[in-house]
Design a protein around this ligand. Structure first.
Ligand code: DO4
Ligand code: MG
Length: 284
């Protein structure tokens, strides 16, 4: 079950069936409205949607979900780092202070950082940014969970755009390597937690330049050292998290050292059973 935001409508795809939930339940105009109504009725999102969609009204065809916007209006986005062994190794290679990455990979406490506010985050087909003052830039494809009332209620695809030159110079520069204009994107839809085997999902990234592939790589969320539920517990330690916050869970796919993004590149990140998030790169 995939939940899209199309203009001012919530649209749900369940197999071949696509329905406009807003036309069936006019008070549900956003994913946040949907979550509140389902949980208020003591139903899972999937059960609420199955009940609502059991009607012959509200049908749409697939062209109506071709231009979705950001799937959930997330007030905050947080991120975890060094949750995959490959991420630790790549950062050790790029850094003048490699031991911090090995230590955080094996420590009890994970690396968590603030990533974005709603005004900064981008959706499907929007532009993502590389900084003018950076010389080495990559996208990071990341399974991203959605928190409501403290619990993980669903998942989307995330891109944690990052400057490797700025982070590599000094880990104290991580906020500047990670938080800048257009540095995060999520979409194209989200999937409720009960509909997804989130500990075993393929994550694939393809980057094209002038329509030619310049990078492709893949991983699987089963390689995460720390599982989403553990990350969610750490996020909430002494920290109140607003409903609909999105949380990026770290990357396991990193382009080789000689690769850096350029303006005009197209990044497509696909997570199995969720969808493909596509963005083009601009300099910011
Ligand atoms: O340690 C810096 C950030 C790591 C990160 O964003 C990742 O592993 O995905
Ligand atoms: Mg990351």
């Amino acid at each position: 079950m995939k939940i899209y935001q199309v203009d001012k409508n919530v649209v749900v795809q369940d197999g071949n069936q696509i329905k406009n939930i807003t036309s069936l339940r006019p008070s549900i105009k956003t994913s946040i409205d949907l979550i509140k109504v389902a949980l208020g009725n003591d139903l899972s999102i999937t059960d609420y949607l199955k009940n609502t969609m059991a009607t012959n009204r509200g049908d749409l065809n697939s062209s109506e979900i071709s231009s979705p916007r950001i799937p959930i209006d997330s007030p905050e986005t947080w991120a975890f780092g060094v949750t995959y062994e490959d991420s630790m190794k790549e950062r050790q290679a790029e850094s003048d202070t490699p031991d911090v990455y090995g230590k955080v990979y094996t420590a009890d406490r994970p690396e968590a950082f603030f990533k974005s506010t709603l005004a900064r985050i981008k959706g499907p087909n929007d532009q993502v940014g590389i900084r003018k003052d950076s010389t080495w830039d990559v996208p990071e494809p990341e399974l991203t969970f959605i928190v409501f009332h403290g619990n993980i209620i669903g998942f989307t695809v995330g891109n944690d755009m990052s400057s490797r030159s700025i982070e590599g110079e000094n880990p104290l520069y991580i906020p500047q390597a990670k938080i800048y204009n257009n540095s995060a994107a999520i979409g194209p839809c989200w999937v409720p937690i009960e509909s997804l085997d989130y500990n075993n999902l393929n994550v694939e990234m393809v980057i094209k330049r002038d329509s030619k592939e310049v990078f492709s790589g893949s991983g699987n969320t089963n390689l995460m050292k720390r599982k989403c539920d553990e990350l969610n517990d750490w996020l909430h330690a002494s920290n109140d998290i607003p409903d609909a916050t999105t949380v990026m869970t770290g990357t396991g796919t990193i382009p080789p050292e000689e690769f850096t993004l350029k303006p005009g590149d197209e990044i497509a990140i696909t997570i199995e059973n969720i969808g493909t998030l596509t963005n083009t790169v601009i300099e910011v």
